[in-house]
Design a protein around this ligand. Sequence first.
Ligand code: PLP
Length: 365
Amino acid sequence: MKISKSVMSLVPYKPGKSLDETKREYNLKSVIKLASNESPIGVSKKVLAALQEEAQSIHYYPDPSCFNLKKAMSEYYNVKGECLTFGNGSNELIDLLIRIFCEPNESILTSKGAFIAYKVCAKAARVNVIESELTPDLKFDVKALIELYKKHQPNLVFIANPNNPTGTYLNTNEVEELMSVVGNDENCLVVFDEAYNEFVRAKDYPDSVEIFKKYKNVVILRTLSKVFGLAGLRLGTLIGRPEVLDFVDRVRNPFNVNSLAQAAAIAVISDVDYISKACKVNWQGLDYIYDRLNSLNVHYWKSQANFVLIDVKTDSNVVYEELLKRGVILRPVNAYGFNTHLRMSVGLESENKTALDALEEILSK
Ligand SMILES: *Cc1c(COP(=O)(O)O)cnc(C)c1O
């Protein structure tokens, strides 16, 4: 067997540890999982009803054009239907963008500490990854990105805004600074990955749809996995110009988005109560987590998403293990280059309390 060198250097994606696995290994009755930025409030009732209905038709192939979904999403995002296509999670769309816009040995540009899928998909496609350093406060460094853009002329620029696992974001001025240089470059597509868009509270967060309308070389990624609570169904949205989407539609598998996902997505985006509850629970949870960490004197970064990056100032894997023993699953982020940090997803009030009580006990030892 001959394996490509770039594939050889890949390590399999390590998902958050599962509830069942943890219960078994640590012989625990109850475990809470705050490791994968999933919705803590469960599934929308409207989604459950839509799934029941759609289940009657799963002997048919799904609609490969996602006609009804496109119509609903077009209204939701206020963009034309021809500017939308969908993927099996945004992860698939990231993979497709790299395969479509890069030849092997060409490059993508992103930041260190950025969402890891960009790097994994690029390597799998034998594409080089150029990374700028993060700023000291763990933001993407726009000036450094611009320098590297000029130097390397990447085919794609990936901006996770807000970023996972840092929770930091670029504001309107910073994005404009970047776009004033990169905008309208015919040989470079800028991808704004906004998986956490709905959770953002910062007043100076950019309106990416406006940026998309202003510059020709912009696409936006959104997902149904986070605020909408559909991570298990796998559905990501790509907003882009028809010229760009045309290629995505050539390369993607025709049935990449299954019929249950299509029906569930249509149901959830009209479930205003579910979405506002998800945001409210998240924001209250974030404020509670900040308060607790402040009083513990533990360092963290203010987050615009549904998780908090915490610096435990000691080997995070030790703290991670200690938390597991107490039935709490957080996420080590060594793969991102953070060796003393854990990422905690925001859970329900009681879950946040349990997790922080456990963390307090461990760190006070
Ligand atoms: C969670 C996340 C996604 C979503 O991935 P899906 O494949 O849609 O579940 C995309 N980008 C970032 C930055 C994320 O954190």
